[in-house]
Design a binder for this molecule. Structure first.
Ligand code: ADP
Length: 474
């Protein structure tokens, strides 16, 4: 079965968050199960592209409104990622370094989608299914079914996966002319709240949509930045499938980025060695518990609560634990965390920026990973932390609720709390410190966490079951 995954991100080509991890892994695991899955993404002028060889497989031009755009489809020559990787390159629009935040982002992603459709249409390809990820490819289902240019492909099934329902990619009707010739009686499908909304449009037009956890499927009907009613209406088309983790990359037994590799059997020694290396880099004592946070510094992640909650916890438990944050995002949150570090230099460190290797070291060297998220569609950090024997301290929401059981409950291994609030974080820290003092219990929990299976084998099969339910021949 030939599948195209369309995405703005894919690890290791270009990553901002979990979307990249998923799109960099799911197709590989689908191929191991006998599919022919490929990834198509925009071209970014970054390390992976510079260091690998690509060949041009298609060249053409297309129209974005009245602007003629020349584009190329490049293919990575060796399929080294475990799937065919195609990049859409449009000089001057899709050939830059950053993934997001250009003022012409709308034009960038519309052009990406049109170029993809032109390519498969004019090169006479007929995929068995197109799997779109997030709003950046959300117009593809609509264009396939309602643009005269692509009628040859109009019976192609589409799946749309929502990795983050807060971002819609919405833009004004003044940009309707950017879309290729469409059936104007169908413009209502593009609309939400008076604008063109690619996320809403995808949910309406795709054959089935998925969210990256079952709880998030429910939550979208209550909190999705204005699309709640749409998700309520379309719920029967939705399926929640928890993400997996790529154990080729995230495995303490083989991870080349960490100070000392370790297995379940060696968890006590391995954790200590990694903690010592990490603490020595940041001048923290390795003799007290290390609580860490990794992620985008945004309200969704509860990052605005960190500085106050940690200050309160430092005062409640002076000298009893250290805190490390690795993240970037909101400037105010960044400076609050840097100030916290200045106030508590012996207990706190803040690495403001993005560093993939350091993330691996933090998962390996920390005792606890804090995730006070307000919204967490799936969350991969807690899955990585479980794999590395680091106890997750999570707010009960979205995928965190579906993957972490409180250690006070039967079969539990994490710490859960109900509110994204300073008070709940402080209580969670206090519980963590009590648990840390009970070495036997903590080590038993570590062994349990490390033995859990959140690999892609299971999730990739669930996606295939979904494809099969569309009555496709595989
Ligand atoms: P989201 O996609 O909402 O940001 P996820 O939990 O799904 O959150 O995925 C986050 C991914 O990004 C994880 O792989 C995490 O390790 C990584 N990550 C986030 N921030 C950083 C950072 N500052 N440095 C390195 N890795 C980061």
């Amino acid at each position: 079965m030939r599948i195209f995954h369309l995405s703005a991100e894919c690890y290791p080509v270009a990553k901002v968050g979990g979307l990249a991890d998923v799109v960099g892994a799911l197709p590989k695991y689908q191929n191991l199960l006998g599919m022919q899955a490929a990834v198509v993404m925009p071209y970014y002028n970054r390390k992976f592209v510079q260091e690998n060889e690509f060949e041009t497989v298609f060249q053409s031009s297309t129209l974005l409104g009245i602007r003629r755009l020349y584009f190329e489809i490049l293919k990575e020559k060796t399929d080294k990622l475990g799937f065919e990787l195609y990049l859409v390159k449009i000089p001057g629009l899709i050939d830059r370094e950053n993934i997001y935040s250009y003022p012409d982002e709308t034009e960038q992603f519309i052009a990406f989608q049109i170029a993809f459709l032109d390519w498969i249409s004019y090169s006479q390809q007929k995929p068995d299914l197109i799997h779109c990820h997030d709003h950046h490819s959300g117009l593809v289902p609509f264009l396939l079914y309602h643009s005269k240019l692509y009628t040859r492909l109009a019976d192609t099934p589409t799946i749309f996966t929502i990795h983050n329902g807060q971002y819609h990619g919405a833009f004004g009707w003044d940009k309707l002319s950017y879309l290729p010739e469409i059936d104007l009686t169908k413009t209502g499908l593009l609309d939400w709240a008076g604008g063109i909304n690619p996320l809403a449009c995808a949910v309406k037009c795709c054959w089935r949509y998925t969210t990256v956890s079952p709880t998030y499927l429910e939550e979208l009907t209550i909190n999705s930045n204005g699309l709640e009613y749409l998700f309520y209406l379309e719920k029967a088309k939705g399926v929640g499938i928890i993400n997996g983790i790529d154990t080729d990359i995230w495995d303490p037994k083989t991870d080349l980025m960490i100070a000392e590799k370790f297995s379940i059997k060696m968890q006590a020694k391995g954790k200590q060695a990694n903690k010592e290396a990490l603490c020595s880099r940041f001048n923290l004592s390795p003799d007290v518990p290390l609580v860490s946070f990794i992620g985008r510094l945004v309200i969704e992640k509860g990052a605005d609560l960190l500085a106050t909650a940690m200050e309160q916890s430092f005062n409640e438990h002076p000298g009893k634990f250290n805190f490390l944050v690795l993240g970037a995002g909101d400037k105010e949150m960044e400076s609050e965390l840097l100030q916290l570090k200045d106030f508590y230099p012996d207990q706190c460190t803040a690495f403001i920026g993005y560093d993939e290797a350091l993330a691996h070291q933090v998962y390996a060297g920390s005792d606890f990973l804090l995730m006070p998220s307000r919204v967490e569609p799936c969350g991969l950090n807690q899955l990585y932390s479980l794999r590395y024997g680091t106890l997750p301290m999570v707010r009960s929401t979205g995928g965190l609720k579906d993957t972490v059981i409180d250690f006070g409950d039967e079969g539990g291994y994490g710490i859960r709390y109900n509110n994204a609030s300073v008070e709940d974080i402080c209580i969670a820290v206090s519980r963590a410190l009590v648990l840390y003092d009970n070495t036997k219990h903590l080590q038993a929990l570590r062994k349990l966490m490390m033995s859990l299976d959140f690999s892609w084998d299971r999730s990739a099969k669930e996606y295939i079951n979904l494809y099969e339910s569309l009555n496709l021949t595989i």
